[in-house]
Design a protein around this ligand. Structure first.
Ligand SMILES: Nc1ncnc2c1ncn2[C@@H]1O[C@H](COP(=O)(O)OP(=O)(O)OP(=O)(O)O)[C@@H](O)[C@H]1O
Ligand SMILES: [Mg+2]
Length: 452
């Protein structure tokens, strides 16, 4: 369906490669976490808590609150946030950003956050449109001189006979529709749809009733039933940010410069956003749209400064907000932009609104299990002693490091045409890549030398 594809924005899934094995929170009907399920291993208390939060969100009881995942590095904070989004459903947007990403020379911090927030709110729009739909039985296109150039022939009008299982109708269409018929190469036997109002043509496929020479390329569809002229429902899923951009473009449109060079506004006018919100609310009231709140995940939340954090507390109060999930691995630390020390580096008014979930370090067995799941996800085999070494790296350094080394070792064996990752592959890769602590020590040594 060409029309739906043209208008619909796709939902953005970002940077979740390392978490692609996660399908959900892995809870049973009573909300209890199974030791291993949906790609998740252990961390049962946090998963159960996350399950309750998802339930609250579904019942609309999370308003005015945000979730904070607090725990040491590599304990699955990001993994659990991803799982929560998966639990909420397929169409649910998931936006991930790091607390450090709000600092940009080009845009205000609050603008970056606002945009992320609006990307995390989906709007499912239903639209009833009158369309002519049927299998093309006869098609007669009349060509005439172009109004701009008398030597060029262009389609001027067309008479089409459309057939459904119930009726046959002849319609005459003007140059706009006729041109699209030629452009799309519409022929007898195609099933097409023409929007009754704006005349947009889309090819649905090739009718199963007709004979086709080109067997491979065409999608076969049954001859439509019912009347030729009918009301059809279309569903598009967009985000508030998509709508903002559409409205902003329309408003700034007309200017020759923007038309020729397609300049994108860096910042969206608050007025545009207000207009979009108003419009969406009207659609919801009319039953034409449904809001699908997604998850906005802010990793390393302690990197946000007081201004950004206050913005988040305020935003939580508004009606159109996504589920805000933050993660941090800091305990008591300075609130950025102030001299005040506070839990997680967050101001009191925000702390008051947090639902806190803590994550604990994994046992060696759990790390082993997670690594096995990752190996399967990446389609590589692991020898027992390679797994053993990775488990050691996971416990001594961090799980994140071990998962990374596993990924790189997978690339290494593939380039050598080997099937299985051996201990020596892990050793070789681990020798070449440092973990954070080693890298920091390394730089510190150089700094010390410089100061001597
Ligand atoms: N319980 C788990 N089950 C399965 N996989 C997990 C689990 N916990 C973590 N992982 C995987 O291990 C890797 C590291 O975990 P993750 O990035 O979620 O940790 P983190 O707590 O967010 O760390 P950091 O503080 O460094 O951001 C990821 O690939 C993640 O998908
Ligand atoms: Mg993380």
């Amino acid at each position: 369906m060409v029309e739906i594809e043209e208008i619909g924005g796709e939902l953005r899934m970002e940077r979740i490669g390392a978490h692609s094995h996660i399908k959900g929170l892995g809870l049973d009907e009573s909300g209890r976490a199974k030791q291993v399920a949906d790609g998740l291993v252990g961390q049962t208390r946090a998963r159960e808590a996350a399950g309750l939060v998802v339930m609250m969100a579904k019942e609309g009881k999370l308003s005015g609150k945000a979730v904070l995942l607090a725990g040491p590095p590599g304990t699955g904070k990001t993994a659990i946030a991803v799982a929560m989004a998966r639990e909420l459903g397929e169409d649910v947007p998931f936006i991930q950003l790091s607390g450090s990403e709000i600092y940009s020379t080009e845009r205000k911090k609050t603008e970056v956050l606002m945009e992320a927030m609006r990307k995390a709110i989906g709007v499912k729009v239903r639209e009833l449109r009158k369309v002519y739909e049927g299998e093309v039985k006869e098609l007669d296109i009349k060509m005439g001189s172009s109004p701009y150039n008398p030597f060029v022939k262009v389609p001027q009008e067309a008479v089409i006979t459309l057939k459904t299982t119930d009726e046959e109708k002849r319609i005459r269409v003007g140059p706009n529709v006729a041109r699209q018929l030629v452009e799309f190469g519409i022929a007898e036997g195609d099933v097409i749809m023409i929007d009754a109002k704006d005349g947009r043509v889309s090819k649905v496929g090739r009718s199963t009733e007709s004979f086709s020479y080109d067997l491979e390329a065409e999608q076969l569809v049954p001859r439509p039933d019912g009347q030729v002229l009918k009301e059809k429902e279309f569903v598009y899923v967009l985000t508030l940010d998509d709508l903002d951009r559409m409205v902003a473009r329309r408003r700034s449109g007309g200017g020759l410069f923007s038309l020729l060079f397609g300049v994108e506004e860096k910042e969206i006018d608050p007025e545009v956003r207000a207009a979009v919100d108003q419009q969406v609310k009207e659609w919801v009231e009319m039953g034409r749209a449904e809001i699908v709140p997604g998850v906005m995940f802010i990793d390393d939340a302690h990197l946000m400064d007081i201004e950004a954090l206050s913005f988040i507390s305020r935003a939580m109060e508004s009606e159109l907000v996504p589920i805000i999930v933050m993660a941090t691995n800091r305990g008591i630390t300075k609130i950025r932009g102030t001299e005040i020390e506070a839990p997680f580096g967050m101001p009191l008014d925000l702390l008051d609104r947090l639902v806190i979930i803590t994550t604990d370090k994994y046992s060696k067995e759990e790390i082993g299990h997670i690594l096995k799941i990752r190996a399967k996800e990446e389609g590589v085999k692991l020898s027992d002693d390679a797994l053993e070494l990775l488990m050691e790296l996971g416990t001594k350094k961090s799980l994140r490091y071990a998962v990374q080394i596993l990924g790189i070792a997978g690339v290494r064996i593939r380039s050598r045409g080997k099937e299985e990752i051996g201990r020596e592959d892990v050793e070789e890769v681990a020798r070449r890549f440092s973990d954070v602590r080693e890298a920091v020590d390394h730089l510190r040594r150089y700094e010390e030398e410089l100061l001597k």
